[in-house]
Write a protein that binds this ligand. Structure first.
Ligand code: PLP
Length: 403
């Protein structure tokens, strides 16, 4: 019996991150030996790893400028400030997102106005249209777990109501909407290089923009001292003259080692995208055959890079879902659940962000999150393991249903 359980258990780590290429490791060691770990220096004249990353990343995205920071949360914070958000402002944001997103809004002293999510994990455009009249001047649009809303419609609403747009692309590096790169639809975009993202540098963020003033302010906020000329993808120096005495230095810079580890991964994105897409399809096909399991619809215009998979456990009570996931966990399959009444790991929801003072009513998102499950997709997962995942889940559902 015990060997049967062993055989039928999942023996892989779903949280296994993408590994660091040798060239990044070698460069990181070289930098540590040199002791030159800080991106700025009166000696370097813009030759730092971070500056090179800024240049290469902006070329990859197709933006004019890029500003490297210590996290995507920091990039969003300085992005909001550089786009003109001041304390007390309202900022529109999707409800279905991760804690650092409302955290960045709060860091800027602003108040989130949550937009509902539709039943496919995307921003609800009707609710956006409605709340666009709330007086908010900016939308921080989080493409949470890589689900991209109809960007043509988002842009149209933003234009009508004169709302600035910052995209949170923590989960959409390399993704496209209607063949246009995610991160090129608004005034600025923010990317994450945290371990579980498409580029793994441990921690790190990058803000991209085509806007001279947003770029110059973001560089100054990130903490460039008067060495901003060394940034790798920056606006002309005269733009800094408008801002350099007015912008505080928040010291949110990227480390040289972070950039050294990240740079070689830009060239790997295409290969990784293929590997993730293939694995997503295996999982989606197997999971899609199970009763009660529903995968979110994806728009044909959405070219997403699925480093994770989301699915709903429909028509089941919270108690039943909890029992199902417990059974799965006992067989080595750890599925995250956004409907868990007790927030765990990364899956807190807007109901847990009690520092936001007004009590917003978001019934559609609440219903959507009730049954929403989430799983990382390791780049090394095999087809047989995807099949086993579906088998374990299916058996857990059958067990709970029959009890
Ligand atoms: C959707 C989303 N946005 C932003 C962030 C913030 O990224 P970072 O951890 O680099 O601050 C995260 C982090 O996981 C995220 O999931």
């Amino acid at each position: 019996m015990s060997s049967k359980i062993q055989k039928d258990s999942l023996n892989i780590d779903l949280s296994e991150p993408a590994s660091i290429p040798k060239i990044g490791i070698d460069r990181a060691i070289e930098i540590m030996r040199s002791g030159r770990l800080f991106r700025y220096g009166e000696f370097k004249n813009g030759k730092s790893e971070v500056a090179s990353l800024e240049r290469e990343f902006s070329q990859y995205i197709g933006s004019r400028y890029a500003v490297a920071t210590n996290s995507c949360g920091s990039a969003m914070f300085i992005g909001l400030k550089s786009a003109g958000v001041v304390p007390g402002d309202k900022v529109l944001v999707n409800t279905f997102t991760l804690a650092p997103v409302p955290g960045a809004i709060s860091h800027a002293g602003a108040n989130p106005v949550f937009i509902e999510s539709d039943e496919n994990c995307r921003l609800d455009l009707n609710d956006l249209q409605h709340k666009a009249k709330s007086g908010a001047k900016l939308l921080l649009l989080s493409h949470m777990r890589g689900h991209i809303a109809d960007m043509d419609k988002v842009q149209e609403i933003c234009k009508t109501y004169e709302i600035r747009l910052i995209e949170d692309c923590a989960h959409t590096l390399g993704a496209r909407w209607n063949r246009k790169a995610s991160g090129t639809f608004g005034n600025a975009a923010c990317f994450s290089l945290q371990t579980f993202k498409h580029i793994n540098a441990g921690e790190g963020g990058i803000l991209t923009t085509d806007d001279d003033d947003i770029a110059a302010q973001a560089i100054l906020y990130a903490g460039s001292y008067m060495l901003y000329a060394q940034n790798g993808a920056r606006p002309p120096l005269e733009v800094f003259e408008r801002h350099k005495r007015l912008i505080p230095n928040f010291s949110l810079r990227m480390h040289e080692v972070t950039a050294a580890v990240a740079r070689p991964q830009i060239d790997m994105l295409e290969e990784r995208a293929k590997a993730w897409k293939k694995r997503y399809k295996w999982l989606a096909d197997f999971l899609g055959e199970i009763e009660h399991v529903r995968l979110p619809d994806r728009d044909l215009k959405e070219d997403f890079i699925p480093s994770s998979i989301q699915f709903f456990l429909d028509n089941l009570s919270a108690e039943a879902i909890s029992d199902i996931l417990d059974h799965c966990r006992r067989r080595g399959l750890d599925i995250k659940w956004f409907g868990n009444p007790i927030p765990q790991g990364f899956t807190s929801t807007w109901e847990d962000w009690k520092y936001i003072s007004d009590n917003q009513n978001l019934p559609y998102t609440q219903t959507m999150l009730h049954s929403l499950c989430d799983m990382r997709i390791p780049l090394t997962i095999k087809k047989a393991e995807c099949r086993l995942i579906a088998q374990i889940l299916n058996e857990a559902i059958t067990l709970v249903e029959s009890s």
